[in-house]
Design a protein around this ligand. Structure first.
Ligand code: SAH
Length: 267
């Protein structure tokens, strides 16, 4: 069996070599045989080899074709593992949905983490939880609240849909090759019922994007294109605030108020 694989930069390959961290990740997930467990980017199976012992029917999504053969051989004792050679950003996750919600796990290439999180949000009703190793800065953004420097579109949209728990800080020395940045493992748990409900989720997405394109401006300025739908004598949120000061709840209130005014004015 070919046990050597030169890490490839273009596939964002930083392989975990720290057994303590790997153990902590597996404990945090705590898989059982019945789980519908899917790992994105298994690489050389550093995490997989432990997960598969607890959940022998897991699935793997790996982009690097050279690793597929390696994985097949490495996991030959586990005939119920499904290995799929595909791009996690283009993968249709509904194919894994068996009626049991999916549990996703991955030490992800950092350059695809934000688009992948948005891609996975689309499948959120079929997902039980997600455990991802990400750049620490991205985990900070996922957890950030109003007023935090890194609070932005990613924070609001992920927190709208998911409970976010930062779990394990991981230093560069835990990987080969060592990345230039700090990392962290985070757990995202999609809500069955979101704490705040947007009547028009597309509008919420649009408003959040628009606002954080100009995060230092006042809401009144950011939302000038929606002015006709905002009752400025009785605004849903203070329009002198800046987007970075608005909580998820306030973004939803703003979106719902604009939505209602739009519906009644456009009628
Ligand atoms: N989980 C392993 C490997 C981490 S490196 C470990 O912890 O050691 C990141 C892995 O993601 C690599 O195996 C890389 O080939 C894979 N990968 C990169 N881009 C991908 C994509 N778009 N879709 C699926 N896998 C990808």
């Amino acid at each position: 069996m070919n046990t050597s694989h030169k890490p490839r930069k273009r596939f964002g390959q930083n392989f975990l070599i720290d057994q303590q961290v790997i153990g902590q990740i597996v404990s945090a997930i705590n898989p059982i045989p019945e789980d519908n467990l899917i790992e994105i980017g298994p690489g050389m199976a550093a995490i997989t080899e432990h997960l598969v012992k607890r959940c022998p029917s897991m699935s793997l999504v790996e982009l690097d074709r050279d690793l597929i053969e390696y994985l097949k051989q490495k996991l030959a004792d586990f005939p119920n593992v499904t290995i799929i050679n595909s791009d996690a950003l283009k993968t249709d996750y509904t194919q894994f949905f068996t009626g049991d919600k999916m549990r996703l796990v991955g030490n992800l290439p950092y350059n695809i983490s934000t688009p992948l999180l948005f891609h996975l949000l689309e499948a959120r009703t079929m997902i039980r939880d997600m455990h991802f190793m990400l750049q620490r800065e991205v985990v900070d953004r996922l957890c950030a609240g109003p007023g935090d420097k890194c609070y932005g579109r990613l924070s609001v949209m992920i927190q709208y849909h998911c409970r976010v728990n930062p779990l394990i800080p991981v230093p560069p020395s835990s990987f080969n090759p060592a990345p230039k940045v700090q990392s962290a493992v985070v757990r995202l748990t999609p809500y069955a019922d979101t704490p705040y409900k947007a009547d028009d989720p597309k509008l919420l997405r649009q408003l959040v994007s628009l606002c954080f394109q100009q995060r230092r401006k006042t809401l009144r300025n950011c939302l000038s294109s929606f002015a006709e739908y905002i009752d400025s004598t009785n605004p849903p949120v203070e329009l002198t605030k800046r987007p970075e000061q608005l909580s998820v709840k306030e973004f939803v209130a703003l979106s719902n108020s604009i939505h209602q005014n739009k519906v009644s004015l456009d009628e």
